[in-house]
Design a protein around this ligand. Structure first.
Ligand code: FUB
Ligand code: ZN
Length: 612
């Protein structure tokens, strides 16, 4: 009897270990951090007031396709939805953003939009879980989508769309507790697992499809499904897709059919370079980081470290932009980083923020955040106008009058606007993370939050003009005295001779300022260690303790690695994490932050790099 009991306890421990989520550093949710002013609060206000309703309005054609699909499925007279491979994914991203906005500011009209659209999506889904309008209604472009469901997985975007649906479903469930979209997502995931890994007589002649999606996204979304449902089925499915990538199917063409284009050239564990289509690549790496964090295994860690190093040391623009080769919306050869021809899609920079945040959460190393903030403040934010209703898809580092580069209202392929929108909505969630005895301050901003450490609520109130100024004041108020380590990120641009990790961009004068940062506790200067890029104050904290951090910001000239031919003999100007550019409007040239260039008006030219 005692032996049986022992066995049962052992089994219970085993099962709980098996299913336990191994993530150790937890981000403080964006709903838990109140923006109080400074750089981010006005952007959030514009998001809620302008961008979210604007995006909903521009989703009408995508919603209409679902209306027609639902009518078709109900046997009603209806014009057929126009064929499109992934316009549904843009709608799902808009819906994800709406869900976040509802968490921040309830709005009956937006919730009604969600519920009515979800009803159309649910009515469009096949009883077995399949959901892809063009094949359901039989109005397809066979060369892009294949003649039948899952017959052209490399380019159809069937699974890519579902990934964005899962992200929206999780967000709406978190916002409202409603399972309507989550039910669609769960049904879809079970269907996909069945068809891809077990076999279903209605697909692929009953043989398992056993092929990874041509556009990654579902992997990271399945991680979110697992975090939300606690059902390991979703994590396993994510891992299955990662593990068959570059194994069961390797395209052998060129361009968009090259093995590297969708990172199918090697098993993902063996990949060491950032190659191919950028958004695909970064979504893949985010999925790999997510699965490693959730399993507690390091299946992909070696690959992720190598790919990250390769990316930051040879394939990223100074703006944090990814996409040197516009022909494939992808990475170029190492050190091939053109300025005028740069693609640097807004989606890729947004993805780079999320990817580096995932890497940081796995390892607690600030170097990931040092990259994330460069992509965030420069390339990602350039993707949206200050007015919140105009967008860049591409973010070159140089433009002239012939280009007439100006932010657009929307796009036929509108992946970028809802991507930057959902990032800004979640921006308060990028600011803090914690363990049971550490608080990490990753992104400085005017805000207030309360973090629970082992049952003690620690209130934090921060004031700063970061990223335009490096002074930060943080008031720490635990409900009772509490020992923990406060970890404040000291960026690479502040404490080294490089602008960002990777040494691709270094300061022309090769110097670090004397005392690159000064830290005071209750008015007294403190000397601290910098561990993994964080200044650490480990002590017992009391109500009203005040930390003041002064990150020395100077105007700096930056030079690129000599192997970047396009930047030879040139310098770029930076201050803190912000990259500046020279913009000419009506014959007058001014140096302005890159993220504000072409703000709703036609600049005649713009340059990030100029001759020394
Ligand atoms: O293919 C779907 C999206 O469209 C990609 O993520 C973007 O790069 C754009 O090509
Ligand atoms: Zn995009």
């Amino acid at each position: 009897m005692r032996k049986n009991l022992f066995l049962i306890v052992l089994m219970a421990i085993f099962i709980s270990c098996e299913t336990k989520k191994s993530e150790t550093i937890s981000p403080v949710a964006f709903t838990e951090v109140q923006l109080t002013g400074g750089f981010w609060q006005p952007r959030m206000q514009t998001e809620l007031d302008v961008t979210v309703p604007f995006s909903v309005e521009h989703s009408t054609p995508a919603v209409e396709r679902f209306r027609r699909c639902a009518a078709f499925r109900a046997g009603e007279e209806t014009p057929l939805p126009e064929p499109h491979r992934f316009i549904s994914s843009d709608l799902y991203k808009v819906m994800e953003g709406v869900a976040y906005s509802l968490m921040l500011r309830p709005d009956a009209k937006l919730e009604a939009f969600m519920d009515s659209t979800i009803a159309l999506i649910a009515a469009s889904q096949m009883p077995d879980g399949y959901l892809y309008i063009s094949h359901i209604c039989g109005n397809t472009y066979p060369s892009e989508m294949g003649p039948r469901p899952y017959s052209h997985v490399i380019h159809s975007h069937e699974l890519y769309n579902m990934g964005h649906l899962y992200e929206a479903a999780v967000a709406y469930y978190q916002a409202t507790g409603k399972t309507s979209l989550l039910d669609v997502a769960m049904k879809s995931a079970h269907h996909i697992n069945h068809v891809f890994f077990e076999g279903d007589p209605n697909y692929n002649d009953g043989k398992p499809v056993n092929q990874a999606p041509g556009h990654e996204e579902i992997e990271l979304a399945l991680c979110k499904m697992y975090r939300t449902t606690d059902d390991k089925f979703y994590l396993d499915l994510a891992q299955k897709f990662l593990d068959i990538r570059g194994v069961t199917f390797i395209p052998d063409g060129t361009g968009v059919n090259a093995p590297e284009y969708a990172q199918q050239h090697l098993p993902v564990r063996d990949q060491r370079e950032a190659v191919g289509h950028c958004v695909r690549a970064i979504y893949l790496y985010t999925g790999m980081a997510g699965v490693d964090a959730l399993t507690g295994n390091a299946d992909y860690t070696e690959a992720l470290h190598a790919v990250w190093k390769n990316l930051v040391s040879s394939r990223i623009h100074i703006t944090g932009g990814l996409g040197a080769d516009r022909r494939i919306e992808g990475f170029g050869e190492p050190y091939s980083l053109p300025n005028k021809e740069a693609y640097d899609e807004t989606c890729a920079a947004v993805a780079n923020v999320f990817f580096n945040q995932s890497m940081f959460l796995a390892e607690g190393d600030a170097r990931y955040w040092d990259v994330a903030e460069i992509s965030l403040f420069n390339n990602a934010l350039a993707g949206i106008s200050l007015s919140g209703d105009r967008f860049f898809y591409e973010n070159p580092l140089e433009a002239d009058s012939v280009d007439n580069v100006v932010r657009q209202e929307w796009f036929g392929c509108a992946c970028c606007p809802p991507n930057i929108s959902r990032l800004i909505l979640q921006s308060p969630g990028l600011m803090y993370s914690h363990t049971s005895d550490d608080i990490y301050v990753t992104l400085y901003a005017d805000n207030a939050t309360t973090i629970n450490l082992d049952g003690i609520a620690v209130a934090l109130s921060q004031t700063t003009d970061y990223p335009m100024d490096g002074k930060v004041r943080l008031e720490v108020t635990p409900t009772s005295a509490k020992r923990f380590a406060l970890r404040l990120r000291i960026p690479t641009w502040c404490r080294t001779t490089a602008f960002m990790p990777g040494e691709l961009y270094t300061f022309a004068d090769e110097t670090v300022c004397d005392n690159p940062f000064v830290l005071r506790l209750n008015g007294e200067e403190v000397q601290t260690n910098v561990e993994k890029g964080f200044a650490v104050i480990d002590r017992t904290w009391n109500a009203g303790d005040v930390v003041e951090l002064d990150l020395k910001m100077r105007d700096r000239e930056v030079v690129a690695d000599a192997r970047v031919k396009e930047d030879a003999g040139c310098v770029a100007h930076t201050r803190g994490p912000i990259v500046y550019c020279a913009e000419t409007v009506n014959g007058v040239t001014k140096e302005i932050p890159y993220f504000t260039w072409s703000n709703n008006k036609k600049a005649s030219s713009m340059k990030v790099w100029s001759k020394k």
